[in-house]
Design a binder for this molecule. Structure first.
Ligand code: TXA
Ligand code: MG
Length: 333
């Protein structure tokens, strides 16, 4: 049977699928089927108060899922959909509370991955009202690293759950980090739009189209603080290290510990101790993002005592990656 038909069969039987998107893989269920969405939360180990994103095939269906939609939503969708941008809007009565964690807003995006598009189109067609959507968080355990290819998923979930899920393989996710999330839900009440999660589509890209809440745009504004919650976490303790540490103190530190992994870009450090394994990343943020999660998974499986990651350039195009790395490090501070 065709994989799209099989995915559809699962969705129509209140079951859960894993499907590829251009950002990361999603764990999806029929958004209007409360029992199916509940399964997504249990498989992921996610608290019911954390909302999940709705995935639609096309912008035309937006008004079925959201209400009081401001023009800004259509302006952004026109440029960035299908693609890695999630819009937070007032929810319509068609969205069950379980999708939004009881909030009156809903996060919606239209993924561009061709396999995601095929599944979403086929699923919407199968509904009487022709407006199906998948409620889908990233296909990883709550708080852990998102999967960027189907093989990551098999290591992620409990075996009993995996038996019940259909995993659709769509190759490696091209973008590699989760979508940019922008909150447009207060625009009708006079609030400006604001970015809730940085991503491949940057604040600057968005600010060219609509007005954004003014914020200190220098990248330092998102630098680690005690209040940062751990997320995107590895099992091995991960620390972001600055240039001085990277170039001067690595070896001193290495003498005190067991095996150490160092993720870096740019010039290779010299005179590295034997217990340090170096992992090279691109100096291009687009390519760095694409490979980051696969690299962290690989390093994490090798049971190092620590992972050190060289801090990133303080430039806006690195904001999304820095956000993920600092949150990965937050649990170990
Ligand atoms: O790229 C992505 O967005 C991926 C792929 C699968 O589409 N999905 C993803 O979902 O990253 P998840 O569940 O791992 O992250 C969704 C984020 C959460 O931080 C959640 O709090 C936020 O979106 N979110 C969802 N609905 C929201 C809402 N109504 N208001 C504010 N934040 C919301
Ligand atoms: Mg996630």
């Amino acid at each position: 049977m065709d994989i799209i038909d099989k995915a559809l069969q699962y969705l129509l039987a209140s079951k859960v699928i894993v499907f590829p998107t251009e950002t990361v893989y999603g764990l999806g269920a029929d958004a209007e089927n409360i029992e199916a969405v509940r399964k997504v939360y249990s498989i992921k180990g996610r608290p019911l108060s954390h909302p999940v994103i709705l995935h639609l095939p096309k912008v035309d269906d937006l008004a079925y899922w959201a209400s009081d939609i401001p023009d800004e939503a259509y302006k952004l969708a026109d440029i960035f959909w299908p693609g890695p941008l999630t819009l937070v809007l007032k929810k319509s009565s068609n969205v069950p509370d379980i999708v939004t964690g009881g909030q009156n807003t809903v996060g919606i995006r239209c993924p561009s991955h061709p396999v995601a598009q095929e599944i979403l189109i086929a699923f919407a067609k199968s509904k009487n009202h022709k407006k199906g959507a998948l409620a889908a968080p990233s296909a990883n355990m709550f708080g852990k690293i998102s999967p960027t290819c189907s093989s990551h998923v098999y290591n992620e979930f409990n075996k009993e759950y995996l038996k019940e899920i259909f995993v659709v393989d769509g190759g490696v996710s091209n973008i590699g980090i989760e979508s940019t999330i922008i909150d447009l839900s207060g625009i009708r009440e006079g609030k400006k739009a604001s970015v809730l999660r940085p991503g491949h589509i940057t604040e600057m890209n968005i600010a060219k189209i609509i007005e954004l809440e003014s914020k200190d745009l220098s990248s330092n504004s998102i630098v680690v603080s005690g209040s940062l919650k751990s997320h995107y976490a590895t099992i091995t303790p991960l620390t972001v290290i600055d240039d001085t540490f990277f170039s001067k103190n690595l070896s001193v530190f290495a003498q005190k510990v067991d095996r150490l992994a160092v993720l870096y870009y740019g010039d290779k450090p010299i005179n590295v101790e034997e217990n340090i394994d170096l992992y090279y990343m691109s100096s291009d943020p687009i390519i760095y993002a694409r490979h980051l999660y696969a690299m962290l998974r690989k390093i994490d499986s090798k049971k190092y005592s620590r992972i050190f990651v060289k801090d990133l350039p303080f430039l806006a195009e690195w904001d999304a990656i820095r956000d993920r790395l600092y949150k990965a490090a937050a649990g170990f501070n």
